[in-house]
Design a protein around this ligand. Sequence first.
Ligand code: HEM
Length: 532
Amino acid sequence: MSFTKELFVAVSEFLIFTSFIVLLYVLRFYYDYFTRSASYPGPFPLPIIGNLHQYYYHQHDIPHWLHQLSLKYGDIFELYFGTNKYLMVSDVRIVERIMTSKKDSNYFVRVATKTGLDDLQRGSVAILYNANFHSWSYVRKVFFRVVGSANALRAAATLVNTVFGNLEKLWDNLIKERGQCLDSKQERSVEVDLVCWSKRVFAEIIMLLTAGQQPNLLSNYYDRIIGDNIQKNADEDFLDRFSIASDCVQYYITVPPVIRNIPIIRRYTKYLHNNLMWTRNYACNLVKERRKEIKNLGIGEKSASNVLNILLPSNGIPNENDKISLTDEEIGDNIVEMFSEGIDSPSNTLAFIIHCVGANPDVERSIIQEIKNVFGDLTDLVITYEDLNKLVYIEAVIKEVLRLRPATLTISRFSAHRDQFDGYEIPSSTQIAINVVGLHRNQNYWNEPENFNPSRFLEDNIGKNYNKNAFMYFGGGLRVCPAKQFAMVQLKMMVVLLYSKYTFEVTTKDPSTNYNVNLQCKELMTRIKHRR
Ligand code: HEM
């Protein structure tokens, strides 16, 4: 037999063998699919990729896709991310059952750690994906000390004031230097991308809160706009890498290892992974430096109350029963998580607030009226934490924005055991995703859900207009966002400070969303000028 013939036979045998394996895999996949217990409706999945192809096809508008799916398949349906099946839930009875605050909850774990998270060594560290109750509750206590108590919130309000002061100086200079007079009143205005500024504001706040240091992101960004130097500096590089690092975790959770390791895709996997490692090293170095600083403190000198100092074992939480000694790497992971959670959600929300208010002049008028009612004047406001509780209309606006543009489109939970109630069955080890969009736009729970109407959240209407389990803006139960009050303090303060000093004319028609399950405002071009 000639060499070519031998090669032909070998290749054919290889192809037949591979096709046979693939066929077996496909048969097995569909056998499992058609014989699964507790089957719910949902789009038909493909082997290996599940419904990922549909997910990526709709990546420009995931909220719309999720909403359409819940209209088509109802308040509980199945969706496959790769080989992982997710039970998408937007029925308040099931949400109430899952989002319980009981310590022995069947739904404590957020996502199964066995593949993606374990590959990243994230299954039992920090807070967001921590499946170990003991170490998770320790970190929650640290969070409470820094962003939960009234004293912590008062201190946080001071941080917001400081960072806003920096922003104001830069914007005032920008209007002076680059402003154009486009209206008959000859007032200067300048066009900015609010997303870029908003992101930097919250990044500076979270850096101060977490590590007690300010990365000068606002002034560096200003220098890049105003100067000829278009290079990003190290601090801005850090900000970009943190966004990529959170994408990396989502990617590892949703994309199965077999796809992540396909040669062309492996390059992308490596790129995400390298960024995650970069952020881990960055945070780990912060820990090491802080350890040295604490060692060098004089007698009687106390380190500041920020997350990093509290997490360092020598400064640990003052409760003997909690004794947990975290390694530098684990403390670093906590810091990375605070950055990734503490920047995007509030900054996207603020950008969406400006967008929604821009399209509703009546709402803007009511905001201004409330600021005048509470503070008496729009100039030289001194905002205290106590004043913030009086801002009921502004709070309603923030809630309405978070209803229509929730920071997280789905909230994950994993069932430890089989659960059965109200005719529903949830098998053990089921990955559940609360379909936040499906809930927040559900006609059964909201009047005219597509309309932007902050009044639905005013005191008089509460209880009449909505069911609290249909409103998962900060999640719920044991794992509710631990920074809920802190986030509201930041957002209320930013709304008061921004609207009392500036007017905004939004030029971006639709701030498009990004491709992952966290809702992103990509760009918000806006003309800003001083409010007279
Ligand atoms: C507008 C601002 C924010 C929104 C809308 C928001 C929303 C959420 C939501 C929906 C969850 C999931 C809760 C659940 O699973 O039930 C969550 C969790 C979390 N958030 Fe926030 N968040 C915001 C700001 C922040 C900030 C500023 C921080 C940090 C300082 C933060 C830290 C966290 C952490 C650590 C978790 C995980 C909690 C756990 O698993 O126990 N969030 N957030």
